[in-house]
Each structure stands twice: as C-alpha cells, then as structure tokens.
Design a protein around this ligand. Structure first.
Ligand code: ADP
Ligand code: MG
Length: 859
C-alpha cells in the first residue's frame, strides 16, 4: 500500500505578501421579530448598512444622551432574505474554494435566539448553509468520487491514498466487523431532517477537475466549557458502565455514555487538529447530513443528560475534501503523495455571545458559562490583537492558546484561508445592548486580514484522462460465461461407496452428452467461423472498395483543401500586404492631415494678419484724408484771408492816393478855398504815428485857430467813416457808434453836422492778421466856414493766437486739430492814446461803446 500525506491546510511562508490578503468577510443577518407587537431597534438602511435605534428609555451615554449608530458590512440580509440567497452570497464561494483545494471558515455569531442555528442548520423545509454546502459539494464531485477507503485519513491530520484493490479489501474487512455500518445508498433518512436536505437547487461548482478523484470526510465536534467533544464518536462496547462527566459527577443513565473530551494537537505544518476525532467518509449529501444529524442528536442527549445550557456550546462541523489526480491512463488514482490535496471547510455555530447575567446561571453552570464566555472573549481579544498588529505593524502575541476555540482555528488567521462571519441579530429592543456589542465586534473583525489561499499546482498530466478511459456501459456476463451456463449440469462425481455403479455411468453419459454437444458446437462453430470469414472477407472487400472510394474522395478533398489552403495563404498574404499598405496610407494620411492642419492654421493667421493690416490701412487712409481735407480747407481760408488783406492794403493805398489826388485837384482847381488850420503841436505829433494810415487831416491845410468844439453832451454826434474796402472781422469786441452818420468817403456835409469823427482803418499786421484801427478825432469849424478834424485817439482791434503770441515771428499756422482753436484764439484790443494837450485825459469819449459779440468759430 502506498501512502501519502497531504500538506493541508497549508501554511504560507512568513511575511505574507500584503497584496495577497483579504479582509474577513463579515455579513449581517437580521431575523424577523417573533411577534409583531415587539419593539424593533434595528433597521436595515441599505444593502450594506444597519442602523441601531436606542429603545425607549434607554441611554447609551452617562450624560443621558444617546446616539443612533450605523454599522456597515460586506452585505446586510434583511428579514425577507431566504436561505438560498444567503448561501449564494456567503457560502458558495467557500465551497468553490474547497473544491479548488483551499480552506475556509464560516461562523455565525450573535446572541442566543438571534438565528445562528437557523442560519447554519436551518429548519425542515428550509435548510441552512450546512446542508446546502453538502449538497453543492456532492452535486459537483458526485460522479468523480473515489471508491470508499481509497482515501484514508490518518490520525495526524494527514491523508493516505491506496489502490482500489486495497480499498476493496478494507471494505470487506470492515463489513465483517460486528458493528454494522449502514451501507451507502440503502439509507433510510430520518423524516425529522429529510426535509432539510431536500434542496431543490442543483447548485454546483462549474469546472470541477474531472481528472481528479474526490473523497469527502466529515467530523463534528462540540466545544463546551473549554472542552472538546467528538459528537460522532461511537460508544465502545464496554462502555455500558458508570462514567464521569466533565464536571466529575458520576453518570448512570441507562446506555448513555458521557463523552470523553479530546485534545488539540499541531501537525507538522502547524495546523491544529482534534486527536482521535471521528472522521466519517461520506458518499452523498444524505449520508453526510445523516452523520451530522447523528452528532446533533448526541449533542442534544448530552445536553439534557448533563444538564447543560445548549446555547453555551460551540459546534464545529468540519468537511474535509481529499482529491488526487488519476494516473496517465485515467483509470486509477495516482499513488503519489505530493499530488494529494486535502482542503477543509469548517462551519461553526458559536455559542450565544450574551453576557452571563442574562441567563440566570448558578454554581457549575455559572462557571461553565464563564468559561464559554471566556472563549468568546478570547476570540474577541485575538481579533483585536490581530487587527492591531496588522494596522500598526506591531508584533504582539495573539493569545490563540487561551481557549480551545481560538486555538483550533489559529491557522486560519495565522496561516491562510478564507474567513467569513455572519453576524445574526434579533431586532427586538430587549437585545439592544447585546446587539450593540455584537456590532462592535463585527466592525473590528472586518478590519482583520487573512492570507489568501494559493492555487494548488497542476499535476502535470494531460487533461481529459478520465473521459478517454470511460467504460462503454455496465458490465455484463461474458459470452464464454453464457456458453458454459448453457451446458447441462454435471452430476455429482463423488463415489459414495465401493458398489456405487450409478455415479460413474451417469457421469460418463453426461460427459458423452457434453462431448457430443461440444462436437456439434465445434462443427457449428467451424461453420460459423467459415461463414463469418466469408462475411468478413465480403465485408473486407466491401470495406476495401469503400475505403478506396473514400480514399479517392479523401484525396480529392485533400487536394481541394490544399488548393483552398494555398488560396487561403495567398489571400492571407494579400491581406497582410493590404493591411501593411493601409497602415502606410493611414500614416501618410495622418501626416498629410497634420500638414493640412498646420497650413490651415498658418493661412488663418496670415489672413488675420492681412485683415488687420487692411483695417489699419483703411483707418490710416481715413485719417490722412481727414487731415488733407482739413489742411486744404485751412490753407484755402488762409489764402482767402491773405488775399483779402492784400486787397485791403492795396485799396487803402489806392484810397490814400485817390485822396491825395483829390486834394491836389482841389488845390489846383480851388486855390482860394480856406483850409482849416491845424495847431502846430498837432502837426508835430503827426510824426510819432508812423503806422497810421488814416486820412490825416489835410496836411497842407492852414492852421486855423480851433473853435471850441461843441460840448460833449449826450447829443454828441459822430461821423462813422468806413471805407468801402472794409472787411468785416469777427472780432469779439465790435465798436458800436450810436447816432452816427456812416459814410464810406470823407463828406463835408456829414462833418458839418457832427462834432466827432471815427475812421475805421484796416491793415495787415506783421503776424498776418487783419488789424482794425479806430482813429477818433474832434471836428472843428474852421474860420473859413469849413470843417477840420483833430485826431485824438487810436484804438486797435486785433485777433491774436495765444500760442502765436509767443512766436510772433512765424505766421499763424492752421491748427490741424480744429477743436482746440477756441482756446487758442482771443480778441485783443490795444489802445494807443494820442494825447492832445488840450484834451488830455479824455481820450475815449463816452459815446463810444464796445459790445460783445458771439465769439467766432474757427473753421
Ligand atoms: P440561535 O441559534 O442564535 O440561538 P436560533 O437559530 O435557534 O437562534 O433561532 C431562534 C428562533 O428564531 C428559532 O425558532 C428560529 O426558527 C427562529 N429564527 C431565527 N432566524 C430566523 C429567520 N431568519 N427567519 C425565521 N425564523 C428565524
Ligand atoms: Mg443556536
């Protein structure tokens, strides 16, 4: 017998890669209230969150405040969630892992009555996770199971494999044992639990390795008061005698045998196992569940007999799956120990997590309860330390050994495996405080990470071995067996006494008959062989011709196929070339497109620049045109003004000449006419008036004594002499002469009627502006009866540019900015007093007033 030991559950090398760790999956199940009138304190707010409402009159904090707390889980299952749904989410992945050779741990946690057992075991017609897991395992590996005893678990947490013959022998040996084992298949299920495994759901793992053979082993233990009991242990025959229970009190209860506690050991791979624990190989869901139920019954009896509180024990149902590959021929298990994988799934229904005072325990039971509490406390502490070590990188020792429960599952947390916990809660208000503790523990557990189990290596044999070696059908008696059965039976050959003369002749007869039959059969056989031979030959020739035909056809087809292949190759080549071309074209197109884009961008920027330039040009043109028009207009005006000034000057000169000529004529024609006499001082003063071009009093007139001029009363009259060449200027201050006789040439008649004389004289000033001079004088009657004018005052009216005044030398330039002209042009009035001795101080007569006129606007 070849034996092999598996190395599972495996333990990874130290310092596990953090990337290969998964947090403990924590789920929450809220059971329905048992009565509708109960106060509810837990609300499912989302698929991952529950909210705890403190019940009436309950205060969480000492200061009387209380908080609504929310707790999040991987998933929350509300009251309407059915077992199947829960199984699909929580347990199915664990079963899949188990079949792939990975370990898993699933436990339910919560206070008593919160639905832990309901979730794990279920009730008739509503199987829980455990029966569903079993069903899924057998649905998946059913047809690939090894014969019973091919896999053998040893007592050191390992597994051996033996050949089918050895397994058969062991089967026979065991069946001969006095304690009969119920043979698989002919099982009569207890109606009590038959319903629970009537799982309609044909849930299975896809992609089960068909080239493996599988063996399932189950064990069921209970941890109570920190003792481990094997719930599947068969009572030895000599056990019907007084026993001592765990509390050292004698038990004498008919055939009830109190269980013996077991101890934990660590195997060579540091995995914990229960020594001497019964591990039953099971071949179907029913068988496995029956084993579970047997343990359950035993547990119940023990609880009653030993007066235990059932809610204070932890139950652990362990499913071990051994798998080994088929050999290269696919008909036998490979006898190589390295190739065996043993994985296990532990389903744990924990004791109620409530504190002791809840159940009014006393004495022993209180102590026991304390211990049980202790194991849950240890679990909490372990989780806490693990979390702390992982979160803060500390290396505190995790106290697994402080309780059997944590010690047993040490390797799930320290080694590798998938760990999932279902937190069961009863939403009733009475459980509020306990539920709060449960939630806190759950929250902490979620933060613990466990190394992800690694995939097992492949065996290296060709897949599909089993299928190749599949037998055609069920075994039938061979033709030879049938043939021998058809012979008449041989009579007894035993000679009873010496005189027996019947036995031998009967035997001879029978043998002769047999010989005859044999000959007949031999002949028939020869005939049949001949017929068969001819048939075979016929068939052969038929087959040969068919073969020829088929070969011909085949050759034809092959030819076609070859042709098609070459065609295909050619087309493929063509496709490749075309693809290559397309690639090149695409690249070129991309380049061109890039170029096009660049050019377009350039074009756009150029056209924008051009537009900018054009608009600049237009603006400049407009400005220039405006300037030209303005300048030309100004120059035109300037020219006009200069022409006018020149004209005036010329006219003035002409007028002076005319005047002189007239006077000369008068002298020539009227020599006797008396002339007004001018005072000598007047004559002297004529000289310092070089700029005066006014008609001076007749130069050659005799100096007659001036008659006192008429008094300057309000009735004073003026002769306003404006030569016809007078150009109206737009000087702001214009003289206004009231009661004046306006004349354009000297008139005797006008002089005779007036006593004041005003001559308006215009000339071009040095700065090119027209300047108007108002020359004023008094009119005197000459002795000869004529009139004489004595000039007393010159008033000069002139326009002057405030800027131009500074640069007197340069002629006034037209201002390009016409708008500023207003501020630049002012009217200037200059007065030059011609002081006549007699009339000194009365230069300006009161009759002469200046009137402001609207300022002129420069073009
Ligand atoms: P625990 O094992 O936590 O002490 P049980 O599983 O024995 O609690 O549940 C107590 C009672 O509540 C049982 O009668 C059970 O049928 C019922 N129960 C628990 N959970 C549910 C549920 N989800 N739906 C219906 N009934 C439930
Ligand atoms: Mg329970």
């Amino acid at each position: 017998m070849k034996a092999a030991r598996a190395k599972t559950p495996r333990r990874p090398k130290k310092a596990t890669n953090p990337a290969l760790k998964d947090p403990v999956g924590v789920y929450c199940r809220v059971r329905p209230l048992s009565r509708s009138d109960q106060e509810c304190c837990i609300e499912v707010v989302s698929s991952t969150t529950v909210q705890l409402h403190p019940p009436e009159g309950f205060r969480v904090f000492r200061n009387g405040e209380y908080r609504e707390m929310q707790y999040s889980f991987k998933e929350v299952f509300g009251t309407l969630v059915v077992q199947k749904e829960l199984f699909d989410v929580v347990a199915k992945p664990l079963v899949e892992d188990l079949i792939r050779g990975k370990n898993g741990l699933l436990f339910t946690y919560g206070v008593t009555g919160s639905g832990k057992t309901h979730t794990m075991t279920g009730s008739p017609g509503d199987g829980g996770l455990l029966p569903r897991c079993l069903a899924m395992i057998f649905n998946s590996i059913g047809p690939f199971q090894a014969k019973r005893f091919v896999f053998k678990l040893d007592d050191k947490n390992g597994v051996d494999v033996q050949s089918e013959v050895e397994a058969l022998l062991e089967r026979q040996r065991r069946e001969a044992l006095p304690i009969p084992k119920t043979p698989a298949g002919k099982r009569q299920l207890d109606p009590e639990f038959a319903d629970m495994i009537d799982v309609q759901d044909q849930c299975r793992v896809e992609e089960v390795d068909e080239d493996n053979v599988y063996g399932v082993f189950v064990s069921y233990i209970e941890i109570y008061n920190n003792y481990i009991y094997d719930l599947l242990e068969e009572a030895p025959l000599d056990s019907i005698k007084p026993k001592w229970n765990s509390c050292n009190t004698p038990v004498r209860n008919g055939d009830f045998v109190p269980p013996q506690s077991k101890i934990l050991r660590e195997d060579q791979n540091h995995n914990m196992y229960v020594t001497g624990c019964t591990e039953v190989e099971v071949k179907s869901t029913e068988e496995a569940f029956e084993v579970f139920w047997r343990g359950q019954k035993k547990r119940r009896i023990a609880n009653t007999q030993l007066n235990r509180e059932s809610s204070r024990s932890h139950s652990v149902f362990i499913i071990k799956l051994a798998q080994a590959p088929l050999d290269a021929d696919g008909d036998n298990v490979l006898q190589e120990k390295e190739q065996i994988t043993l994985s296990q799934l532990s389903l744990v229904d924990l004791a109620g997590s409530e504190r002791t005072n809840r159940t009014k325990a006393e004495g022993n039971r209180l102590r026991e309860a304390g211990n049980i509490n202790q194991s849950l406390m240890t679990l909490r502490t372990c989780i806490e330390v693990l979390r702390e070590n992982q979160l803060y990188g500390t290396n505190k020792m995790v106290p697994y050994r402080d309780s059997k429960l944590t010690h047993l599952f040490k390797n799930y947390f320290d080694g590798e495996g998938k760990v999932r916990m279902i937190v069961c809660v009863n939403p009733k208000a009475e459980d509020y405080e306990e539920s709060l503790q449960v939630m806190r523990f759950a929250e902490m557990t979620q933060e613990v990470e466990v190394a992800r189990p690694v995939d097992r290596p492949l065996c290296g044999l060709t897949p599909g071995r089993r299928l190749r070696n599949q037998p055609a059908g069920p075994e039938e008696p061979s033709a030879a067996e049938l043939f021998f059965q058809s012979f008449p039976p041989l009579p007894s050959c035993e000679l009873l006494d010496i005189n027996d003369d019947q036995t031998l002749p009967k035997l001879i007869e029978a043998l002769e008959q047999r010989h005859k039959m044999r000959q007949m059969l031999a002949e028939e056989f020869a005939k049949n062989v001949l017929a068969f031979k001819t048939m075979l030959q016929e068939f052969d020739s038929g087959v040969a011709s068919k073969e020829n035909y088929i070969q011909g056809k085949l050759a034809e087809k092959e030819k076609t196929i070859t042709g098609q292949k070459t065609e295909l190759e050619r087309l493929e080549k063509k496709i490749k070339t075309l693809e290559y071309k397309i690639e090149i074209l695409e690249k070129t197109a991309t380049i061109y497109e890039e170029d096009k884009r660049n050019l377009q961008q350039e074009l756009e920027s150029k056209s924008q620049k051009l537009q900018r330039q054009a608009s600049d040009k237009r603006r400049l043109e407009a400005r220039l045109q405006g300037m030209v028009a303005e300048t030309s207009l100004k120059w035109e005006k300037e020219c006009e003004r200069r022409v006018a000034a020149k004209q005036l000057e010329m006219q003035n000169k002409l007028w002076v000449k005319d005047e002189k000529l007239k006077q000369l004529k008068a002298i020539v024609t009227e020599p006797r006419v008396e002339r007004p006499e001018r005072p000598s001082r007047e004559r002297d003063r004529e000289k310092p008036l070089p700029r005066s071009v006014s008609p001076s009093p007749v130069p050659g007139a005799p100096a007659a004594p001036l008659r006192p001029r008429r008094s300057r009363s309000a009735g004073e009259r003026w002769v306003d002499h404006r030569p016809p060449s007078h150009v109206p200027t737009e000087t702001l201050l214009q003289p206004r002469v009231p009661r004046a006789i306006t004349v354009d040439s000297p008139s005797e008649r006008a002089l005779a009627r007036c006593d004041r004389y005003l001559l308006t004289h215009q000339e071009l000033a040095s700065d090119g502006e027209i300047q108007t001079k108002l020359i004023k004088g008094d009119v005197f009657k000459t002795r000869g009866g004529g009139q004489a004018v004595q000039f007393t005052d010159i008033e000069t009216l002139k326009q002057e540019s405030p800027t131009g005044r500074k640069r007197r030398s340069s002629p006034p330039r037209p201002d390009p900015a016409g708008d500023t002209a207003d501020s630049e042009w002012t009217d200037v009035e200059t007065r030059c007093s011609v002081a006549v001795e007699m009339r000194a101080g009365s230069a300006l007569g009161p009759g002469l007033q200046h009137h402001a006129q609207p300022k002129r606007r420069k073009p």
